[in-house]
Design a protein around this ligand. Structure first.
Ligand SMILES: Cc1ncc(COP(=O)(O)O)c(C=O)c1O
Length: 385
């Protein structure tokens, strides 16, 4: 039995005067909405034996390319692989430096290290927790090959500034768009700013598979061809002839089929998230927390609704008592962890380090009801009163 879904009884809830339980996500409901079509596809795939590199992979690639407004989409096994293969296809490796952030999911940095390059951390902006373009140039050395901004929480990093620096210093830009399918800046989606971008379909993402999955998106024909080859061991056009050292990174047809059905719902689900985020912002105004800031030109898809909360840990415990889930992304900056601590000393990224103490992500999934949103806002207002 899953503890996560053990709802308290009405009596227990009444003890805290809690009218509702507010879960962080409701993945079962996504399935319920699409149950008939997903079940039909799963049955067909299992009965035909076409488990990999089939029509659903091709269909999903076409549909995601169209959705992101890019020329190429290459399905892989995870967002991490999308980034690793993207970096590798650009020839980034030993001796190269990649400028990025320490305030991200570990996979950003893992991908850089795993291709043999060195991550160089710069600090973030307090207001949106993304890379601070004003600090990038100071981190560039003769070994710098690329900048890897992370489009965090469902909105995009300041790509005009980042691309201007990249152009000036002749650097590649790899977009970590793991959290940013459908997000745009100036009307353009990830994959249109850098040479290559990596999207994640991990279960909890706005477009989540029933397991792992990812997509490389790019407008560059050569990079696309290399990535296509690298995801199946570097194989060329002819079977068992190899052009590159590659990876095992196929997306299962089952996942591709599920993702296609969910993609057909994504605009509707995003609009629901945006409406909920607007209600949260209105209801939390004046509470004393730092509200999420949507940067000019961005279409925010609200993968996370992340606040900056004074006495964050106390607030989280208070919300838990009231049956409101919340998450801390990310509680410890990456340069504090054993495998990455040689990359930057503690204290060298003050905004990142402070954000790790202040951030709290509140539920913003598309199925939240008005009563749940009201309970979250009322509870946070009550905590700071
Ligand atoms: C910012 C960021 N980068 C990379 C990844 C890696 O994606 P995946 O878990 O699909 O490998 C994730 C998500 O998990 C992420 O949030």
């Amino acid at each position: 039995m899953h503890v996560r879904f053990q709802y308290k009884t009405r009596d227990e809830l009444t003890k805290y005067n809690s009218p509702v339980r507010v879960p962080f996500l409701d993945l079962r409901r996504q399935y319920t909405e699409l149950e008939a079509v997903i079940d039909a596809d799963v049955k067909e795939i299992l009965s035909t034996g076409a488990y990999v590199m089939g029509k659903h992979n091709r269909g999903l690639e076409e549909e995601v390319a169209r959705y992101q407004g890019v020329k190429h989409a290459i399905a892989v096994n995870s967002g991490t692989d999308a980034l690793r293969i993207g970096l590798d296809a650009l020839g980034i490796g030993a001796g190269d430096e990649v400028v990025t952030v320490a305030f991200t999911f570990v996979a950003t940095v893992e991908a850089i290290v795993q291709v043999g390059a060195k991550p160089v951390f710069v600090d973030i902006r307090r207001e949106d927790q993304m890379i601070d373009p004003a600090l990038i140039e100071a981190a560039i050395t003769p070994n710098t090959k690329a900048i890897m901004p992370v489009h965090l929480w469902g909105q995009m990093a300041d790509m005009a500034s980042i691309n201007a620096i990249a152009k000036k210093h002749n650097l590649y830009v790899i977009e970590d768009a793991a959290q940013a399918i459908g997000s745009t800046q100036g009307g353009q989606g990830a994959g249109n700013f850098g040479q290559v971008a990596g999207i994640s379909f991990y279960v909890t993402k706005n477009l989540g598979a029933a397991g792992d999955g990812g997509m490389i998106v790019t407008n560059d024909d050569t990079v696309a061809e290399t990535c296509r080859s690298m995801r199946i061991h570097g194989m060329g056009k002819e079977r068992y002839y190899y052009d590159h050292i590659g990876y095992t990174s196929r997306l299962s047809e089952l996942q591709a089929a599920i993702l296609r059905h969910k993609l057909s719902k994504l605009d509707e689900w995003t609009a629901m998230r945006q409406a909920i985020a607007a209600k949260l912002i209105a209801g939390l105004e004046g509470s004393g927390i730092g509200l999420p800031v949507t940067c000019a030109g961005n279409n925010h898809t609200w993968h996370q609704f992340t606040i900056l909360a004074p006495r964050r840990d106390e607030l989280q415990a208070f919300l838990k008592e009231r049956e409101i889930d919340s998450m801390i992304y990310y509680p410890v900056p990456l340069h504090y962890h054993a495998p990455y601590k040689h990359l930057a000393p503690k204290g060298s990224l003050p905004v990142t380090e402070q954000a790790s103490l202040d951030v709290l992500s509140l539920p913003v999934h598309q199925y939240l009801g008005d009563d749940e949103v009201a309970w979250v806002c009322e509870s946070i207002q009550a905590f700071y009163r």
